[in-house]
Design a protein around this ligand. Sequence first.
Ligand SMILES: Cc1cc2nc3c(=O)[nH]c(=O)nc-3n(C[C@H](O)[C@H](O)[C@H](O)COP(=O)(O)OP(=O)(O)OC[C@H]3O[C@@H](n4cnc5c(N)ncnc54)[C@H](O)[C@@H]3O)c2cc1C
Length: 273
Amino acid sequence: MLPGTVPEALDLLASDGAAIPVAGGTDLLVHWPVRVDAHDRTYMDLSRLDALKPLSWTRDELTLGALTTYWDVIRDPRAAQEFPLLVDAARQVGAIQIQARGTWAGNIVNASPAADGVPVLMAYDAVVVLESRRGREEVPLDRFYSGYKEMKRRRDQLVVGIRMPRRRYSYQMFEKVGARRAQAIAKVGLAVTHSGAGWRVVAASVAPTIRRCPAVERLLETGTPIASPDGLLPAIAQDVAPIDDIRSSARYRTRVMARLLYHDLRDVWGKRG
Ligand SMILES: Cc1cc2nc3c(=O)[nH]c(=O)nc-3n(C[C@H](O)[C@H](O)[C@H](O)COP(=O)(O)OP(=O)(O)OC[C@H]3O[C@@H](n4cnc5c(N)ncnc54)[C@H](O)[C@@H]3O)c2cc1C
């Protein structure tokens, strides 16, 4: 199916609850050869929905369209100034071909616990804007996932945008630890921001979903002195539940997360006590 407008796309989703939206196709098509059960499904190509392509700025917000790609963000000079973690993460997604096709919305809905776009969006308090024939709904990204590949999106809903408040940030950091610098899936991912709204610590590849780390955020908010990476382990244990898999062990992921948090925030921990 090839809808020409958003209302047409919403009609199609309302009439065929099993239809699958295709944005860049960079996740869907990788799984295509082995997902025999999915070959009979209806696919809805979003590429003609021009209204969903641009990213837009207002006085208070940046909104990424559902078809905004990583490359669109990389080449927007204001994004580098105000939301540098978006650009950092985008540059570490696949290679240029994937950056040019892959969308932020596709990264959110694909719901990989190892995604690179989701942690930085979450650290900027992104809100997912969903639309269906039943109306519009907005879900904060940090409440969007309910379990592994489970999310608060009904099948008749299309992601139409991702909103982020424009704020002054006093601290911003994104780290991706993989087997190599490019074309790697994260063994551990971390995005941290600090603004007037408080600390946001978001971890990837250490739980069934990408998630905020409220216990670590509390340590930062309360000014608890931390003298070594090990001092962070009790809080990390409350926040994440890593597993052993082919890419890494749970122990490695936890220790790397502690070291990244300790060393990247050394100045912050050092000012305490
Ligand atoms: C070689 C290669 C390297 C990669 N490297 C990385 C990497 O380093 N980091 C990383 O995070 N990812 C990586 N990926 C995965 C992928 O590129 C990203 O997740 C990308 O953001 C997916 O976006 P897309 O537009 O291609 O999604 P698609 O494949 O089109 O869709 C993905 C999912 O989202 C749904 N969807 C898409 N748009 C909407 C919408 N508007 N509303 C509702 N549902 C929607 C689709 O139905 C599907 O379930 C890589 C992929 C490849 C092939």
